[in-house]
Design a protein around this ligand. Sequence first.
Ligand code: PMP
Length: 404
Amino acid sequence: MYDIHQIRADFPILERTVYGKPLVYLDNGATTQKPRCVVEAITNEYYNTNANVHRGVHFLSQQATELHEASRETVRRFIGARSTNEIVFTRGTTESINLLAATFCPSQMQAGDEVIVSVMEHHSNIVPWQLQAMQRGIVLRVIPMDDQGNLLTDEYERLFSPRTKLVSIAHVSNVLGTVNPVREMIATAHAHGVPVLVDGAQSIPHMPVDVQALDADFYVFSGHKVYGPTGVGVLYGKEAWLDKLPPYQGGGEMIQHVSFEKTTFNELPFKFEAGTPDYIGTTGLAKALDYVSALGMDNIAAYEHGLTAYALQRLGEIPGMRIFGEAKERGGVISFLVGNIHHFDMGTLLDRLGIAVRTGHHCAQPLMTRLGIEGTVRASFGLYNTREEVDALVAGIERVRKMF
Ligand code: PMP
């Protein structure tokens, strides 16, 4: 049973008001709220177990290390990875992609080699490759989409050339909500002998993900979007690939032995984890993954699917409503504009009613260009949102519409 009242009670912030109105938090694509158990796990570690990991012989350091490495195992299980060697902790999706770009391109690519991305990528899956393009002359190829927000798979196939070295695509679009057919797209890339990085920032919080079933070579996500703390994220990579890549940053923890003549590097996953890791953050992340696992990712997906269908139907009834993203497979992200009301005005006025939505280009300016707009209003759902909140959004939009 998905008991929404009990679930909401786990998230203290949902009880607060803004401008004297009950908070309607519909900006989960940007970040999610935290259940009490996550905050308590973090507090508890600071109060009782805090010590640097992997270093001390003393009791606390060993306990903190055990917690940290148990969190790695929790992540491994959550995404179905083969080994904890394949789980690298990072600051988030952005750092995970930058890590990969900065290690894959110099070691696996020559000037003129190509990376395929899609037109609906977040800037964090565009700019790291462009930085490499500037430094090394690698070339970006872009998968186009149709007007409904489906990637054109025929065009995708045609982009492959002997120079294609990597495909890097979002699992779920943070603007359109499109769930891309990554399993099939990975199979296509593998048929060309090309590995695939999947940006799972918007999928991990909303659906079961099994990296082995997808056969993803790399999969990345952020803790804060899956009800965990900020500042911690994950890069999953197949061990064979991670073994081939050079270290990312240099420092403590990533080395085996250092001398001024020759330094050797630590084994996986530590080779990629220079410096003191956010071991408190990893505890919080593991707690968040335990929390959503206990609810059941299938249950969360089904609940949010119903909520999104309801929202699409209700929003669709509003005169002048334009919804961007009508893919058949879509998640709980709804981007829209109403008449000629500027997205910023809509967002600001909704805010005064206690409704938190995102406005702007959503870090996807090439997609905005493709859509011929500057920005949208975006409502994005989490596991605790309700139909009453959708009704509040609809009533709010109607009120703003009448003002204009
Ligand atoms: N990719 C996608 C699809 C996203 O939605 C986001 C966050 N908006 C990111 C990457 C970047 O995530 P973070 O800021 O947590 O690194």
